[in-house]
Structures are given as C-alpha cells and as structure tokens.
Design a binder for this molecule. Structure first.
Ligand code: PKZ
Length: 221
C-alpha cells in the first residue's frame, strides 16, 4: 500500500480549517449567550446565520467523524462532544497522559456552561468527568464504555477560572474497570469528584451482537 501524501496533506489542511471554524462557532455561541443588542440586530444576524447554515449543509456526512489515527499515529476523535477540536460543542478538553498513565487536563468553563447562577451546570461537570475517567481506563490499557458514573459535588464549579481535572484507573476485574477523578482549583481544592465503572462490551471481543442505538443513526462515538 502506498500512502498518498498529497491527499493526506489536503485532508489535514481541511481538518485544520474545520477546527478554526469550530473555534469561531464557539465564539459565536458565547456571543449569543451574552449579547444584549437590539431585536432588529438579532433578527438580522439570525438571517445571516440561516444562510451560512445552508452553505455548510450543502455537502453533508451521514454521521460525525469517529476515531481515526492522525498523522502522528495517535488515535484522535475530532468530533467528540468533550475533546473534539472540530466540534463546536466541545470545550475542547485537551487530555494529557502522564508517565504514570493517569490523565490530566487544564480547563476553563464559560458562561455558556452555566446552570445555577455563576455556577457550571452539574451535568456539564459530569460529562467532562465521564470522558476523563474513560480516557484514564483506556490509558491504563482497559478501554470500555461507561456502565455507571457517580459524582459528589462538593463545591460550586466556577466558570471563567482556570481549573484542573485529573483521573486514574483504580482496578480491573474481567471486562470491568474502575476509575476515579476530580475537577479541582489549581491549589488542589476539589470541587467535584467522580467514580466510574467502565465495561469492555461483549461485542468488542465478538461475543455478543452489536446493539443498534435506539432511534436510528448517530450511535458512533
Ligand atoms: C480507533 C482506536 C480506538 C482507541 C480507543 C481509545 C479510547 C479513548 C477513550 C474514550 C473515552 C470515552 C469516554 C466516554 C465513555 C462514554 O461516554 S460511553 C457512552 C455511555 N455508555 C454507554 O452508552 C453504554 C451503554 N451500555 C452498553 O453498551 C452495555 O450495556 C455495556 C455497558 C457495554 C455492557 O454490555 P455487555 O458487554 O453486553 O455486558 P453484559 O455481558 O451484559 O454484562 C457484563 C457485566 O457487566 C455488568 N454490567 C453491565 N452493564 C452494567 C452497568 N450499566 N452498570 C453496572 N454493571 C453493568 C453485568 O452485570 C455483568 O456483570 P457480571 O455478571 O460479569 O458480574
């Protein structure tokens, strides 16, 4: 097999442009949440956005990009809801694997993540920790799907401030693996902590039928 370097470069260049677009859309989302412009301006911007949405939809995939290997040989998921640089919904969380095979991410929430006043929505914190714990079991060599995730919300999570999230694999038994993690202030004060059970599905080892997601397409992660 020969690698078509020109088309690989083209694909990477297009993905870089998609990443820049996603960043711009994040800025747009933030602007929408905080805007106080008059109604006429809201209506005018909405019309422009409808036109832009139509342009982007002119050529459409059936489902988001899934796991793939980047030019560096490492797996990536540019469309992931938490880590995907090419998904405007994602923070995106940038997760580092430590030499001890634990995981760590520096993060900052934004007003768009607000639940209670001046506080990050608890479901958003849960989403971040689900991803981080999942990456912790994967980094330890035991990837799986979330079976259970339990959280203890110790203090309100602020947005607009630097935070640190960490997680580590704690044990495995058969197809089940457990991990713990937390979101903390830079001084180590824990705001939310989580424990999760991750299960390597029977169908990964060909021992069971691959379930169809309820409601049709869109099940790929
Ligand atoms: C291309 C390269 C890729 C590289 C790779 C990189 C990885 C990069 C990391 C990504 C990190 C993503 C992190 C986000 C992770 C999500 O968000 S995953 C999405 C959320 N979770 C889901 O959608 C899971 C939905 N549930 C399922 O698919 C299935 O129920 C499960 C959990 C896979 C289990 O299915 P199954 O394999 O058929 O399990 P089954 O044989 O029935 O049960 C096995 C055992 O587990 C127990 N069990 C089953 N379900 C549960 C449960 N929910 N709770 C507790 N126990 C359970 C059973 O009781 C049984 O126990 P034992 O009898 O053995 O003691």
């Amino acid at each position: 097999m020969t690698l078509d370097l020109a088309s690989t470069e083209d694909a990477e260049s297009r993905l870089a442009a998609l990443t820049v677009l996603s960043r711009q859309v994040r800025d747009l989302i933030d602007a929408v949440v905080l805007t106080d412009v008059p109604e006429g301006e809201l209506t005018a911007v909405t019309a422009e956005l409808a036109a832009l949405t139509e342009r982007l939809g002119a050529v459409r995939r059936d489902s988001p990009r899934s796991f793939e290997f980047g030019p560096d040989g490492l797996p990536r998921n540019l469309s992931n809801a938490v880590t995907g640089a090419a998904n405007p919904h994602a923070l995106p969380l940038v997760v580092q694997v430590t030499p001890e095979r634990t995981v760590r991410a520096e993060l900052g929430f934004r007003p768009v993540h607000e639940g209670p006043p001046a506080t990050v929505h608890g479901g958003v914190s849960a989403m971040i920790l689900d991803q981080l714990l999942g990456q912790a079991v994967a980094a330890a060599g035991f990837p799986g799907m979330t079976g259970t995730l339990s959280l203890r919300y110790r203090r309100p999570v602020p947005y607009g401030e630097p935070l640190v999230a960490t997680a580590e694999h704690t044990r495995s038994q058969g197809r089940k693996s457990w991990a713990e993690g937390r979101i903390a202030l830079p001084d180590g004060t824990v705001l939310v902590e989580a424990e999760g059970l991750f299960i390597a599905p029977s169908w990964w080892s060909g021992k069971g039928p691959v379930p169809e997601p309820e409601g049709g397409a869109g099940g790929a992660r």
